[in-house]
Ligand binder design. Structure first.
Ligand code: ATP
Ligand code: MG
Length: 478
């Protein structure tokens, strides 16, 4: 067996995601060779509308037996990163070159996107991709990421912008931890200890009151933390973290901090009762007019749902975790927890899961123009402790949702209190559908389908029927 050096393995993790996304998002065309038994096939990525074999292309191999869907050789947008394997070869008239670095691949294909994005944006994307391949977390980084330190700062109120009852809601935690009191013209704001260098250079009036270790655990998003149960604090803290993790710099803009409590009220009004909300009740952010500075010190207080879940005899399971496998095994948690042994059992469970999910997520979309960012990290399944049945879901995180303002305005929603220019507010319904397509269908449902091995067992065929049914049901009631 070939041992792949860690750096190469890390690069390929990014590279295969890049290549799959380019095809799934329709940014390039993918042409696949005819299948030959179980052997790997070659997939050619080319500039859209260039089908000639003379053209520049990126050639990647597919894993033996990967179920690649195509129409006349043109790959359909259901490609999974796990279907791809090395080697990857850049081909043009002048050369053939074996590559692994996602940045190098993107630089090679950048000319294909002329007119779609400026050269400087394309260069920046290439740099990000290269960076993503080169800077992977190592084993030693993990403990500090899972239990991050929290620092409590004192700042002049004039440097801060508040939304909702931030001071009052935070007060019990400050008391329990014995954080010193501050004068009336100052406020106490928690931040991740790791974030201090970013904060201190942008908030000259900040002083450290206390840093606390071992008081909180990071959630899957890393920047949102759950305080330890003995602290009895009923809110999660979402805190700025100036690290690029997956697609974004994980700071929190004033738009999101200020908008959270307002969006929460919209959700209270329009989401179905079985779709619970991790309500954002208050927040603080920087008061600078330059949001790029202000976003480095934000904190959102988000209601914990554990109490409510226990009272309902339910447990909450983060949807993304259902696709994961215990280390060293190949069976996903969905199969282990729900005792799914046969294909038929998996299909039935998956069908019910998706039906419940779509019946809760699509009515807000169709009736109110609300597109939640329903990927597996933002959605938690509510499971009955007694029967193991999915009773509904809970949703968190409003920073990346889409709200169709014309529809919601017609239904009495006022957006005046939000900072203008927030990407969440859109007049284009395609933005809202796009958000649902990517986060709910491709990410949440698609990942679950694959992890259960249903892709080759009728999986996607189950979904469109369900989806259409629920959309139609909803439309017919409007
Ligand atoms: N299945 C998944 N899909 C998308 N992101 C995931 C998934 N599993 C884990 N993640 C992680 O979760 C984060 C998703 O980003 P997102 O912007 O939704 O969350 P966040 O805003 O950082 O935090 P929160 O959800 O607490 O508000 C990223 O850090 C990503 O690495
Ligand atoms: Mg999230």
């Amino acid at each position: 067996m070939t041992i792949v050096p860690p750096h190469e393995a890390a690069c390929f993790e990014t590279t295969k995601r890049l290549l799959a996304s380019l095809i799934n998002e329709g940014l390039v065309s993918g042409v696949i060779e005819e299948p030959k038994e179980e052997s790997p096939r070659r997939l050619h990525l080319r500039k859209n509308d260039c089908r000639s074999t003379e053209d520049d292309s990126v050639v990647v191999h597919t894993t033996p037996g990967a179920l690649i869907e195509d129409r006349d050789g043109e790959v359909l947008p259901t490609l999974e990163p796990s279907m791809l394997c090395s080697p990857i070869i850049l081909t043009c008239t002048a050369m053939q070159k074996r590559v692994i670095d996602p940045g190098e691949i993107f630089s090679f294909i950048s000319p294909w996107f002329e007119g779609l994005a400026s050269p400087s944006i394309l260069e920046e994307i290439a740099r990000h991709l290269q960076n993503s391949g080169s800077n992977q977390v190592t084993q030693e980084d993990i403990p500090a990421m899972l239990t991050p330190g929290v620092t409590f700062l004192s700042l002049p109120r004039s440097q801060l912008h508040f939304a909702g009852p931030f001071d009052d809601a935070l007060q019990p935690l400050l008391q329990t931890l014995g954080i010193p009191r501050v004068s009336e013209n100052r406020a106490v704001v928690p931040c991740l200890t790791q974030q201090l260098p970013s904060v201190m250079q942008r908030f000259p009036g900040a002083s450290i009151l206390r840093s606390v270790i071992d008081c909180a655990d990071a959630q899957a998003s890393l920047r949102t933390i759950t305080l330890r149960p003995e602290l009895k604090f009923p809110f999660h803290l979402k805190l700025s973290l100036a690290c690029q993790i997956t697609s974004a710099l994980r700071t929190i803009t004033p738009w999101s901090a200020q908008g959270g409590p307002i969006v929460t009220k919209i959700m209270d009004q329009f989401l179905p009762p079985d779709l619970w909300t991790f309500r954002e009740i208050a927040a603080v952010t920087g008061n600078q007019t330059e949001f790029d500075d202000a976003k480095h010190l934000s904190c959102i207080l988000r209601e914990d749902q554990e109490e409510r879940t226990r009272a309902n005899n339910e447990v909450l399971i983060i949807a993304a975790a259902l696709n994961q496998q215990p280390q060293g095994t190949s069976q996903p948690y969905a199969e282990i927890l729900f005792n799914l042994q046969t294909i038929a059992q998996k299909q039935e469970w998956f069908q019910k899961y998706v039906e419940c999910l779509l019946n809760l997520l699509l009515p807000p979309l169709v009736n109110h123009g609300i597109g939640l960012e329903a990927h597996g990290q933002n959605i938690l399944a509510r499971v009955c402790r007694k029967t193991g049945k999915i009773k509904g879901f809970a949703v968190r995180d409003f920073g990346g949702i889409r709200l169709h303002t014309p529809t919601l305005r017609r239904q009495g929603v006022c957006f005046d209190a939000m900072f203008p220019g927030w990407a969440v507010m859109t007049e284009d319904m395609n933005d809202v559908w796009g958000k649902i397509h990517h986060s709910l269908l491709q990410n949440h449902v698609g990942f679950l389908l694959n992890s259960l091995g249903l892709q080759r067992n009728g999986g996607w065929r189950i979904i469109p029927i369900q989806q259409e049914t629920s959309v139609l049901c909803v439309k017919s009631t409007v």
